[in-house]
Design a protein around this ligand. Structure first.
Ligand SMILES: *Cc1c(COP(=O)(O)O)cnc(C)c1O
Length: 418
């Protein structure tokens, strides 16, 4: 292990090819260390300009005529993300609604395309919204949910998913990067196995997009959804993206038939006849200002490229694990993420029996992490703006407040939003 010194952290920053991207974000919060970019990414300077300009010139000046810029904005952002960030082709990705709503739309479309099959495969550690939506869809359509056990720290095993697959399975819905541990599922292998039994696969990319490569095209993934407000820095409530492989677009029908999915929308025809393209997965009027935020964030991610971002994410989480080994293991923390960097996204998680009280003390010491029930500190190391020196400083504060018992003065009861 290298020396655990501030100078070593600084040397890593000096050698970081992405170091310059930090300036692309508004960062004027003094000595606050932000380790929650995997819940809400920082504000890109370009988003301030882009949204400000759209408000003044387009909303304020062009009024209804602004739609000439807005009507294809979701497609435009989708195309920015498609190649460099998501390994998809132009026209396979579009912004629309929230991740939750897109899960419903794409899962519904997939189930309608496999009417003779009765089973949906999910895993027990998927994000709650994924679980609730698949429970509801299964109940609505009288289908069976087959739940695969997952290790909360090590992630999903390909063998366990494979064991749940047979010719009754219509759809498999999984997260690529686990929201709790950051563990990466083997997307190509699982997709291949699902295809072998004739099932469709829907991947949730919320913690992957802008953090790790997502081989959608290489693995011939059917369907995917993801949010733009985490590693893609699109802003609070920025619209989500959805991906549908091009050959599936004309044959899938999603359950929320709205006028933005309609062929020749402004013909205002009476019967629903959806576009043959990705546009058929749209529903209604999009949040235009949120789309401009997503555009600004997507452009930065595309410019940086996913390979360098992934390399830095692995280096940052590995550095966090080094500091854990040196400082935190002896203070009662244990690693709650895979130790192998290639099996992690850009966040890393630790258990501690007093995690919630320590989390509050850590926040008062100027660090913003995430707490995840029941005993986890989740640390997002967004590669575009997090420095090795930030990790050093944050962990130094953490070991101090843990060792000196500062956390003991904080309540054990949880607040509503963690
Ligand atoms: C953040 C996240 C979501 C969020 O869904 P919303 O509809 O944007 O609230 C969904 N799935 C996963 C895996 C997430 O991490």
């Amino acid at each position: 292990m290298s020396d655990v010194t501030k100078a070593d952290a600084d040397a890593r920053d000096a050698a970081d090819p992405l170091a310059g991207y930090r300036e692309r974000f508004v960062i004027d919060d003094g000595d606050l260390i932000y380790l929650d970019g995997n819940s809400l990414g920082r504000l890109p300077r370009a988003a301030v300009d882009e949204i400000g300009r759209a408000v003044r010139e387009e909303w304020g000046g062009e009024l209804i005529r602004g739609w000439r810029h807005w009507i294809d904005l979701g497609r435009q952002v989708g195309d920015v993300l498609a190649g460099p960030v998501l390994d998809a082709a132009p026209g396979e990705v579009v912004l629309s609604d929230s991740t939750s709503v897109n899960l419903y739309k794409l899962a519904g479309a997939a189930l309608s395309a496999r009417p003779d099959r009765r089973v949906v495969v999910v895993d027990e550690d998927n994000f709650p919204t994924d679980q609730y939506l698949m429970q509801a869809l299964a109940a609505e359509r009288g289908l069976t949910l087959r739940t695969v056990a997952a290790d909360l720290d090590e992630g999903l095993s390909t063998d366990a998913v494979t064991a749940a697959l047979d010719e009754d399975v219509a759809l498999v819905v999984l997260s690529h990067v686990a929201y709790r541990s950051g563990a990466v599922a083997d997307l190509p292998a699982i997709t291949r196995r699902a295809h072998e039994v004739g099932a469709l696969v829907l991947w949730d990319l919320c913690h992957s997009a802008g953090a790790v490569p997502v081989p959608l095209r290489a693995a011939s993934v059917d369907l995917a959804v993801g949010c733009t407000y985490k590693y893609l820095n699109g802003g609070p409530g920025a619209p989500a993206f959805l991906y549908v492989r091009s050959d599936l677009q004309p044959v899938l029908r999603q359950p929320i038939a709205g006028w933005f999915g309609q062929r020749d929308q402004f013909a205002m025809a009476g019967g629903y006849d959806p576009e043959p393209t990705i546009d058929r997965f749209l529903v209604g009027t999009p949040p235009v200002l949120g789309q401009y935020g997503a555009l600004a964030g997507a452009r930065i991610a595309a410019e940086a490229g996913i390979e360098p971002v992934h390399a830095k994410g692995m280096a940052l989480t590995s550095y966090a694990v080094e500091l854990y080994d040196a400082w935190l293991a002896e203070l009662g923390f244990t690693l709650a993420s895979p130790r192998d960097a290639t099996r992690r996204g850009a966040h890393v998680t630790f258990h501690h029996p007093e995690a919630w009280r320590i989390c509050q003390a850590w926040q008062d010491a100027g660090v913003l992490p995430d707490f995840r029930t029941p005993d986890r500190l989740r640390i997002g190391l967004a590669p575009l703006y997090t420095r090795f020196a930030d990790v050093y400083e944050a962990f130094d504060r953490l070991r101090r407040i843990t060792a000196d018992g500062t956390w003991r003065s904080y309540p054990a009861e949880r607040s509503r939003v963690t």
